[in-house]
Ligand binder design. Sequence first.
Ligand SMILES: Cc1cc2nc3c(=O)[nH]c(=O)nc-3n(C[C@H](O)[C@H](O)[C@H](O)COP(=O)(O)OP(=O)(O)OC[C@H]3O[C@@H](n4cnc5c(N)ncnc54)[C@H](O)[C@@H]3O)c2cc1C
Length: 404
Amino acid sequence: MDELNRVIIVGAGIAGVSAAEAIRRHDRDVEIMLLSDEREMPYYRLSLTRFISGELKRENLFLHPEKWYQDNRIDLRIGTTVLRVNVAEQFVELQDGSKIEWSRLILSVGASPFFPPIPGKEKKGIMAVRTLADADDLLERLHGRESCICIGGGVLGLEVAEAIARLGVKVKLYEVAPWLMPRQLNPKAASLLRKQVESLGIRVTEGALIREFIGHDACEGIRLGDGEMVMSDLVIVTAGIKPETWLAREAGIEVGKGILADDRMNSSANGVLTSGDCAEHRGILYGLWNAAQMQGKTAGENAAGTESRFEGIPLSVVLKVIGIDLFSIGEFMPKEEGYGSFEFEQEGKYYLFVTRDGHLTGSIIIGDRAMAYRVKAAVDKRHDFPPDEYGSAEHFLLYFTQNA
Ligand SMILES: Cc1cc2nc3c(=O)[nH]c(=O)nc-3n(C[C@H](O)[C@H](O)[C@H](O)COP(=O)(O)OP(=O)(O)OC[C@H]3O[C@@H](n4cnc5c(N)ncnc54)[C@H](O)[C@@H]3O)c2cc1C
């Protein structure tokens, strides 16, 4: 009997699809099976907010047309849930009880929204936005509605709030931290962002403690720490993600915060690789599109027998939130001694440079994308900035303007 030559990829997000692309590029013959429990063809998850706001049409969301999978002999099965992985006997078990064997397996099962443990969080009307089905559901609920509550003022929370506001629905946004985007911004930068957010008609409350969701089966609103009640039967929660690890854990594959992966995206089990939001690489859970794409490619190349490594990407963000360019990298609010911190603000632009031992170790830039890329390169390359020459934000600005 011929030896089995089949890669099964569980999860058809960007990590799973990138793995399938890489495998087919390197191996014309191997059988590729791509299993997805979602009902839609694989799509650009990061574009969901632009779909919600109406900026993108549904047909522009998909990664590839159906024919692409056929042409590349990728057996894509949507609406297919893997319930169990058997590592010793090398098969997966589906929801209909059928078993499919693999010679290599890639777990690219992504992540699911995290709901903070607020009493009443299981009530009807409380939702997250992770999938296209969620986006459809949200659009249906927003129809004809005047207002809603959004919980979470991180990057995704702000994008969701913006998309909803653009539909003409009034948003009341609550962030538990004392300022918006606390993982990427300091209070000064966040206050500039807040102005922009509020200009869209989004009402922002920072430092908000949500005590409970009120209502019986269905949510009727929230009760805040000071007892105030804010009524709405639609609450969108965006409070981070948790990697999908149960499938791996139950199969005896090593799991930390995510499914543990080495630089080749191998898991602890022989023949099983992992990639994307579910994977923990060198202690990091990225939760980012680019990282998922690169890890998926690496997993696919290794599954196809080509030596390939993912060595991590710098944790920085260059993004547009609510129409303004934001950049944040490294340590920008150092808690120890020995750092220099230089800031400059002008006409809605904001620059923060944080240094240590003659190197830039962190930065925040608002409203200047070109400068952001130059600063990022200087941080990545550990460019020298002798402390006796760089004693103010203006010195850094001059350097980055002259070295454009
Ligand atoms: C609205 C939104 C906006 C975003 N914006 C940005 C952005 O601007 N920039 C950025 O870098 N990142 C952004 N992200 C994050 C980015 O989209 C994710 O990091 C990326 O999509 C992760 O890809 P993945 O393939 O690892 O996981 P996923 O896309 O989650 O794919 C995993 C797939 O596996 C399926 N699956 C899970 N378990 C099983 C099972 N047992 N059987 C079968 N299938 C299974 C899941 O249903 C899912 O379809 C955004 C995310 C969201 C939700």
